[in-house]
Design a protein around this ligand. Structure first.
Ligand code: MN
Length: 240
């Protein structure tokens, strides 16, 4: 920590520290909008997969799910537990840990592992065997008013997934009264006062490389067509 002799923020904080804290507080308020879907609120459990490891075949293999859930997701969760042990974050719900550490460079490791834990739990619920197809009527109307058609929404999601350079996530979000496709790098979550995530597609290479190698677009298109859980999005929107 920089022992700045000329603090300009309140309570003797350095200016840099004050700004980081202020930005963190704004983000913490923004993350109040994360959906409290089942399994996301408890900090100290790794929620089980909502389906069997082979249930998404042939779009995503059991081997990919086994590594993705058993090694990657579990790895983020185990890292999180280790990082928060004995800190003020121990015992907090997962979404509060995400909110409290977002935008704080001094808490980047906790944020990254907490957000990745949250994102993966959200991702598993964004998928289902025999998914895809048409959204429930209420969600479909909202999609049509925002994108023009369900097909245009699917295309926007695929484009967001393709446009994310390197590791990250493609999302369906509600931004104010409008539904949009969005993308984020690494562990970032699109959340704000008026921004709520509804669905997510993992576009880290570990999500598809065993099955599709470098063909991210083939993975994304198959996932959107055959696995997307529109009912989960409708629930997060409050519009079944
Ligand atoms: Mn992943």
């Amino acid at each position: 920590m920089n022992k700045n002799r000329h603090p300009t923020g309140p309570a003797g904080m350095t200016r840099r520290r004050f700004l980081a804290t202020a930005a963190g507080s704004a983000l913490a308020a923004a993350f109040g909008g994360l959906p409290r879907f089942a399994g996301a609120a408890e900090p100290l459990i790794l929620p089980p997969l909502p389906f069997g490891e082979g249930a998404l075949e042939p779009v995503i293999s059991a081997r990919t799910i086994s590594f993705h859930y058993g090694k990657h997701h579990r790895g983020y969760f185990d890292n999180l537990l280790r990082l928060i042990a004995g800190t003020e974050y121990a015992g907090m719900p997962l979404d509060r840990i995400v909110a409290a550490t977002a935008g704080r460079p001094d808490r980047a490791a906790i944020f990254n592992n907490a957000a990745q834990t949250w994102n993966h739990t959200f991702y598993w619920r964004s998928l289902k065997p025999k998914g895809g197809g048409e959204p429930p009527a209420g969600l479909k109307r909202r999609i049509e008013s925002s994108f023009g058609s369900v097909g245009a929404c699917r295309k926007a999601l695929a484009e967001a997934a393709a446009a994310q350079f390197g590791s990250g996530w493609a999302w369906l979000i509600r931004d104010g009264g409008t539904l949009k496709a969005a993308r984020t790098p690494n562990a970032e979550i699109p959340a704000g006062k008026e921004v709520v995530p509804l669905l997510v597609i993992d576009v880290w290479e570990h999500a598809y490389y065993l099955d599709y190698q470098n063909r991210r677009a083939a993975y994304v298109e198959a996932l959107i067509e055959k696995l997307l859980n529109w009912e989960f999005a409708a629930g997060n929107l409050g519009a079944a």
